[in-house]
Design a protein around this ligand. Structure first.
Ligand SMILES: [Zn+2]
Length: 284
């Protein structure tokens, strides 16, 4: 069984075939998916939870879907929309048992958008809420090309506002170098690789992935974006996470089954400790 630790299942790009897409995931051996609750802005943060409830109910009634979890958070380029109403909605969502993570949150200096100081303030505010709700965080960190600027700003924020919680989190769609990987591991983060690790030009990223300890690895799709190389530039979906897992297995010289077992155990270790009573029945 594999877990897709990051997919935007609420994307309008699944409007016509969301259920079929989830059936394909289950058939491909995907046992669970973390559905990311950022929508296209804070007004849609609740969409992942709603999907999660609806499909899990159908699953309980016999539908062959993966088990879904949800997150909620404000994406870096939406942080200028954060006000007290958004904060109280986020607090409410993070209190729900299915909403196991706060994210994706972080810093994006790659695209033009929210000012860097606004992004940092929005991140810090959400770290406080995630801490109070005892939810691990999903970090999006993307520097400007050829720099490490966003990482350089991210780590001091996490050191000051997050490390002490001991809650950890996931460096989603990891794209840093080995230094950034080490600093993340040191702070208790898991490192999640997406389909871009399979791209021909991604040798530097593969070199990093090959050094991440098995106990700290996750795989994800970031669907509908970043389809692995065999479907590159097409719409991505959770079923394709197996291609990324295969690539990682090759890099580590491990069996695919070992990668599947380790990444699944890592996912439940990160979220399970704080959510007793919500251990999934992985049967079906
Ligand atoms: Zn994402």
């Amino acid at each position: 069984m594999l877990i897709d630790s990051h997919a935007h299942l609420d994307s309008p790009r699944y409007a016509d075939d969301r259920a079929e897409m989830l059936v394909r995931a289950r058939e491909a051996g995907i046992g669970a998916v973390l559905s990311i609750g950022i929508g296209e802005g804070p007004a849609q943060m609740h969409q992942a939870l709603e999907l999660c409830r609806s499909f899990n109910a159908q699953r309980a009634a016999g539908a062959k879907f993966p088990l879904l979890y949800a997150s909620a958070g404000v994406y870096p380029h939406n942080t200028h929309e954060i006000d007290e109403a958004v904060i109280s909605r986020l607090e409410g969502l993070l209190a729900e048992p299915e909403v196991i993570a706060c994210g994706e949150i972080g810093l994006d200096y790659y695209h033009e958008g929210a000012r860097h100081d606004v992004q940092r303030a929005g991140l810090i505010r959400q770290l406080e809420i995630a801490a109070s709700r005892k939810r691990p965080i999903l970090i999006h960190c993307r520097p400007k090309d050829g720099t490490m600027d966003a990482w350089d700003d991210l780590f001091p924020v996490l050191e000051e506002h997050w490390r002490h919680t001991g809650l950890g989190g996931i460096m989603h769609c990891f794209g840093g170098g080995w230094d950034e990987a080490q600093r993340s591991l040191d702070m208790g983060f898991l490192i999640s690789f997406a389909g871009n690790v399979t791209y021909p030009k991604a040798q530097a990223l593969r070199d990093v992935a090959a050094r991440v300890p098995l106990d700290n690895l996750l795989v994800e799709t970031d669907a509908p974006w970043l389809a692995p190389v065999s479907n590159r530039s097409k719409r991505n979906e959770p079923a394709f996470v197996s291609e990324t897992a295969r690539a990682i297995a090759g890099l580590l010289g491990r069996e695919e089954a070992e990668i599947a077992a380790a990444t699944t155990a890592n996912f439940f270790r990160l979220f399970g400790i704080h959510l007793s009573g919500l251990q999934p029945d992985m049967g079906n």
